[in-house]
Design a protein around this ligand. Structure first.
Ligand code: EPU
Length: 430
């Protein structure tokens, strides 16, 4: 179950145990939260399955309840139903909105459904500024008037019409918001340089199943013809490729042998290629991967929008490469501050040199247990991974970030034989 314990808990990780066994993963965080937001567009009750037991999900449910939707969340069974048969309020509650960054995904569907929205803005965070000017520019081109204030944005669309839009950069959030506004707009929208992450494809396919008209799914050009209403359906969230990649790294790093189930290997083409180049042995099944350790070699990798190497696997891959024999290079192109975890890793003995958005990782560097403060979801996961291969005990702090993105993280690692536990911070500070 989702651990409701306090955010002052820590993970205590004792390194050395190879991970072995089978782990069955969750639906994707970065799909599930958007599918929930798309519930706003549904003239009736949307039934969602494979909803991951992560902390952001109940907060998204609170955002939707705050605009009058009926939300029934059954995390034990990974299900969520969202009833939007009554038109939602256009002002999501600030308290819930500001607790998760994904709440900005309510902007597009609210404008699509009610022609209006007022929503608090996600602030910058440890991985970067998280701007939304591409979302705003697209809505304006579709006829909306937008007023941006210091901490919120208000959109009024007396008419919402199709438009020809080209994104400066294939932004995940802007693509999702503009698609969700366009499906109920008047006329046809062409969205060029769109992001095409598997989670966006999942969202588009669900919208099509609800009656939306979207061509070009999976390509950089989406053509969306607006319809009058979207009908209720049932939908299963796509598997979480980032979670799968994280467990693959855990298996390889610890010299283990792990079968990962509920995966779509095709969503992980480049990460699997890079892991294989690093010497990791991977057998692909239909919806599973078997990952075995090999002798680790250095590799170079560059984060880019899909189908490039995902920024959300960059910290985990860097931890793996600290154990490779030789020098690896990583270039981070998506978030300006996604190397902030490197100082923590360096205190455990990693030899990583940062120059702007490039990193040189020299290995093998024996890691030694230390305190690791993970300031975003992937950094916290990377700290846990480093602990699994370090000598001695690692204490991962600020683990509420990990709760936002990894369902049952500690129980799943324990089931694979890792020596990890979650305890109140006061237990280790005493
Ligand atoms: N950007 C702008 N202007 C915009 C929109 C984006 O400058 O109008 C910039 C951002 O500042 C960032 C880059 O473009 O530097 C990429 O942003 P994007 O919009 O693609 O990302 P996002 O929608 O904010 C989602 C995921 C992230 C994931 C990125 C990239 C969710 C809730 N978040 O963020 O997930 O890293 O796409 O794939 O879907 C995570 O799960 O750890 C995570 C951070």
């Amino acid at each position: 179950m989702l651990d409701p314990t306090s955010s002052t808990d820590v993970f205590v990780v004792r390194g050395g145990a190879p991970l072995r066994g089978t782990v069955r993963l969750s639906g994707a965080k970065n799909s599930a939260l958007k599918l929930m937001a798309a519930g706003i567009l549904c003239d009736g009750t949307l039934e969602l399955g494979a909803i991951p037991r992560i902390a952001d999900v109940p907060v998204m449910a609170e955002v939707l309840r705050g605009i009058g939707l009926g939300v029934d969340l059954d995390l034990a069974n990974e299900r969520c139903t969202i009833d939007a048969s009554v038109e939602p309020d256009w002002r999501p509650p600030r308290d819930a909105v500001t607790r998760i960054r994904a709440s900005i995904s309510c902007l597009g569907p609210l404008v699509g459904r009610t022609r209006r929205a007022r929503i608090a803005l996600p602030g910058g965070d440890k991985i970067g500024a998280r701007r939304i000017e591409m979302h705003v520019r697209g809505l304006m081109a579709m006829g909306a008037e937008v007023e941006e204030r210091a901490d919120e944005v208000e959109v009024v669309a007396r008419e919402l019409h199709g438009a020809i839009l080209t994104l400066d950069f294939p932004s995940v959030g802007a693509t999702e918001n503009l698609v969700m506004a366009a499906v109920l707009a008047d006329g046809t929208t062409v969205l060029d340089n769109a992001a095409r992450e598997p989670e966006i494809q999942d969202l588009c396919r669900m919208l099509v199943a609800m009656g939306a008209r979207i061509d070009g799914i999976g390509s950089p050009t989406l053509e969306i013809e607006g319809v009058d209403r979207l009908a209720p359906i049932s939908w299963e969230t796509c598997p979480d490729r980032i979670e799968a990649g994280t467990y693959a790294v855990a298996a390889a790093l610890t010299g283990g042998d792990v079968v990962i189930e509920r995966v779509r290997p095709a969503d992980l083409t480049l990460p699997l290629l890079k892991l294989r180049s690093a010497g990791v042995v991977i057998e692909e099944g239909g919806d599973s991967l078997r990952v075995k350790a090999g002798d680790l070699d250095p590799v170079d990798f560059v984060t880019l929008p899909y189908p490039g190497f995902p920024t959300d696997l960059q910290p985990q891959m860097m931890v793996l490469l600290t154990q490779a024999e030789g020098t690896s290079r990583c270039t981070e192109n998506v978030f300006e501050s996604r190397f902030s975890f490197v100082d923590e890793l360096a205190r455990m003995g990693a030899d990583i040199q940062i120059d702007g958005h490039h990193a040189l990782i020299r290995g093998p560097a024996p890691l030694v247990g230390a305190t690791f403060t993970g300031l975003d979801v992937r950094a916290g996961a990377a700290g846990t991974l480093a602990g699994l291969v370090a000598r001695g005990t690692t204490v991962v702090r600020d683990v509420h970030h990990v709760d936002r993105g990894y369902a049952d993280w500690i129980p799943r690692l324990q089931a694979l034989g890792a020596d990890v536990e979650r305890v109140p911070a006061s237990d280790v500070d005493a």
